[in-house]
Design a protein around this ligand. Structure first.
Ligand code: GDP
Length: 335
């Protein structure tokens, strides 16, 4: 079979919502082989006109906050309402451990066997940049295959929230009942990205605490610059276990979308994300080729120890590395 036929067959299969083809197409997009990358880009160009219609919602929160339970319950409600729900994950820790802790099918018992849903674990190969790229491109495949809700899950550590916030329409943050000092443990950088926050596990004896924590978090969020002037991030309470508050949660996601659309901001947000994504890939690839450059590899250890020993300024060492790469003269001019 020639390559051209492959791409056509993949595109047709994905557009028809054929699950085995969709799964193979995702594997192609996740592959880091150069010949696969070229095929994947051709496939994506074919499918892009059929994508872009889904609600893209990020769900973040530390391990144990109840993300998979929440997504399982929310996703099952949405499929019952006639939606087709895809669950993707950005979990850079999976690249280190070799196994994904997110999107693991056993963690979403109902959704993973729901014919109207597709649960895909985080890609396990590569850097955060690589995982984020594969997830974004998988989102295109999912949308082309007719999934109208894409939930992107991430663990609340490191830079993965930033990566997810940059690929969704609505970035949601799940937390637990915390008050005062504990609230300060939530990274400000994460709160600045939040479109919607929810205090989860607001059930049984925890309910009153959860409401109190939601009020405090709401005050903390009000002190930050909102992501967009048309929207002040609300703080809800919910329970992924009982399902309480989930209708309100989804209603608020829809309100957020309507507010962005009314302000003409949804398309703007998405096109800015695409341009950011372009530059992020340029940065990643430049960095990859720089680190692989033979002269850089040869000089870097010596330069690093020079900087460590205080014999060389970081700026001079950076200039040497850029000169090795053939991009000398750039360092030190920008700042
Ligand atoms: P994740 O690591 O964020 O995906 O969290 P999980 O969904 O795996 O949940 C972690 C633990 O919290 C599990 O033991 C769940 O049974 C429990 N849990 C999850 N959601 C809720 C909830 O809404 N209420 C209560 N009480 N427990 C929950």
């Amino acid at each position: 079979m020639s390559r051209a036929v492959d791409v056509d067959a993949y595109a047709e299969g994905v557009l028809a919502g054929h699950r085995p083809t969709l799964a193979r197409a995702i594997t192609l997009v996740e592959s880091r082989r150069p010949d696969h990358a070229e095929l994947a880009q051709r496939l994506l160009v074919r499918l892009l006109p059929h994508a872009g219609t889904a609600h893209r919602v990020g769900i973040s929160g530390v391990p144990g906050v109840g993300k998979s339970t929440f997504i399982d319950t929310l996703g099952t409600r949405l499929t019952a309402q006639g939606h087709r729900v895809a669950v993707l994950a950005v979990d850079p820790s999976s690249t280190r451990s070799g196994g994904s802790i997110l999107g693991d099918k056993t963690r979403m018992g109902r959704l993973s066997v729901d014919p109207q849903a597709f649960v895909r674990p985080s890609p396990t190969a590569g850097t955060l940049g690589g995982v984020a790229r594969a997830t974004r491109e998988t989102m295109v495949l999912m949308e082309a295959a007719g999934f109208d809700v894409v939930l992107v899950e991430t663990v609340g550590v490191g830079q993965s929230e930033v990566a997810v916030a940059k690929m969704v329409d609505c970035f949601c943050f799940l937390t637990l009942a915390r008050t005062g000092d504990q609230l300060q443990g939530i990274k400000k950088g994460v709160l600045e990205l939040v479109d919607l926050a929810a205090v989860n596990k607001a059930d049984g004896p925890h309910e009153a605490d959860a409401r109190r924590a939601a009020r405090e978090l709401s005050r903390a969020l009000r002190m930050l610059q909102p992501v967009h002037p048309a929207w002040r991030p609300p703080v809800l309470t919910c329970s992924g276990l009982t399902g309480d508050g989930l209708d309100d949660f989804w209603g608020t996601v829809l309100d957020h979308r309507a507010a962005l659309e009314e302000a003409g901001e949804l398309e703007g947000r998405r096109s800015r994300q695409q341009v950011d994504w372009m530059w992020a890939q340029v940065r990643d690839r430049l960095m990859d080729s720089l680190l692989a450059h033979p002269r850089v590899r040869e000089d870097a250890p010596r330069l690093e120890s020079g900087v460590r020993a205080g014999e060389l300024t970081p700026t001079l060492a950076a200039e040497r590395i850029l000169a090795d790469f053939g991009a000398g003269g750039a360092a030190g001019q920008g700042d």
